[in-house]
Design a protein around this ligand. Structure first.
Ligand code: SAH
Length: 343
């Protein structure tokens, strides 16, 4: 049976109309699901018995099973969720000074094949439905409910490529963003892409206020194509032309993610190339320590080198941040927990 979490507010309104019911009840139902976070239709006390029976006939309220939960010393929690068909998906709850943030997955496995990433160790099995994406956030909110805390931020940076599952990701975010849904503001939602140009172009035209992050990881085509196969399909020139078009339509600052890989992309040469690439663009670059993946030969840059790289960019006028490491005592790299579990 269909999961009710797969319905956006407008889907639910349409459904009600199709059953000769009043569409305004959709908002009430949404509040029960996402604000009161009930798990049984019978708890919807201001909905008529007749409507409840109808809902039960057509939908289930189905949350995800927690297969594993790792807690880091810094408070980061990594969840391994099991979907109805047995598929395993990872999500992470992180604590920042600006609040709680959930990192959700968009696919079961990933086909992008980035050479340093644990997610790609297992090929994509399938896309996640919008309901399965929403439920990751909802489950994390349930965890926070124990301490009366509220989830304030969502990043679609878990396993999978969000622009390879465009429609489901956008529907999930509309529910997460909805004032009757999880009520997380657009500016507190981020989507991270490895550089799927058609997705960037499409997203740019939607005029949603979500943040866009691009996994750059290398500032020249030769290195980037080695690290990220997507670059062979959409090299930097094409990527940046799509991003410029995006920036023309949206007044938002772009985020570039840049993994610090020891001896691979952390020398003065790359710092100079980054400066050239970002010059004149409304963007900043976030330098990210690499979480070691045992199956891969990559290492993170030393702290000393990371700071040197940071300083080089900073001194040259590049807007740059150096991300704190989170959860490095647990399997926090994308796909790591799932890959280890499936071994
Ligand atoms: N497919 C999307 C979103 C998922 S990956 C994308 O590529 O952006 C989210 C981010 O985690 C990407 O920047 C990715 O390159 C990075 N990442 C992958 N493996 C990592 C690791 N072992 N340590 C730190 N970051 C990693």
């Amino acid at each position: 049976m269909k999961s009710i979490y797969d319905l956006s507010l407008s889907d639910l309104q349409e459904y009600l109309v199709s059953k000769n019911l009043k569409p305004f009840h959709a908002k009430q139902i949404f509040r029960w699901l996402y604000d009161k976070r009930i798990t049984d239709f019978d708890e919807m006390s201001d909905i008529s018995k007749k409507m409840i029976e109808q809902l039960k006939e057509d939908f289930v309220i189905e949350s995800l099973a927690v297969r594993d939960l790792q807690v880091s010393k810094d408070g980061t929690k990594k969840f391994l969720f099991e979907m109805k068909d047995g598929a395993l998906v990872e999500s992470v709850l992180m604590i920042f000074d600006y609040g709680f943030s959930a990192c959700v997955s968009s696919q079961v496995g990933c086909n992008m094949g980035c050479s340093f990433c644990a997610s790609g160790l297992l090929k994509k099995q399938r896309d996640l439905s919008s309901g399965e994406i929403v439920c990751q956030a909802l489950m994390i909110q349930n965890e926070l409910d124990k301490d009366n805390e509220r989830l304030g931020n969502i990043v679609v940076m878990g396993t999978g490529e969000p622009f390879d599952n465009y429609d489901n990701v956008m529907k999930a975010l509309s529910i997460i963003n909805d004032p009757f849904g999880l009520m997380i503001g657009s500016r507190h939602i981020s989507i991270s892409t490895c550089g799927v140009v058609p997705g960037i172009r499409r997203f740019g035209k939607e005029n949603l206020q979500y943040n866009l992050a691009i996994s750059l990881h290398a500032p020249n085509d030769e290195l980037r194509s080695k690290l990220m196969p997507i670059n062979r399909a959409y090299p930097l020139k094409e990527l940046f032309s799509a991003l410029d078009e995006y920036s023309d339509n949206n007044n938002l600052r772009l985020t570039f993610e840049y993994l610090l890989l020891k001896g691979v992309n952390d020398s003065k040469k790359e710092a100079d190339e980054i400066r050239q690439l970002l010059k004149g663009r409304n963007a900043y670059i976030n330098l990210i320590p690499y979480n070691k993946v045992s199956e891969k030969e990559f290492e993170t840059s030393s702290d000393e080198n990371a700071l040197r790289f940071y300083d080089l960019l900073k001194k040259n006028g590049v807007a740059v941040t150096l991300r704190q490491k989170k959860g490095d005592d647990i399997d926090a790299a994308c796909g790591q927990l799932r890959a280890n579990k499936l071994k």
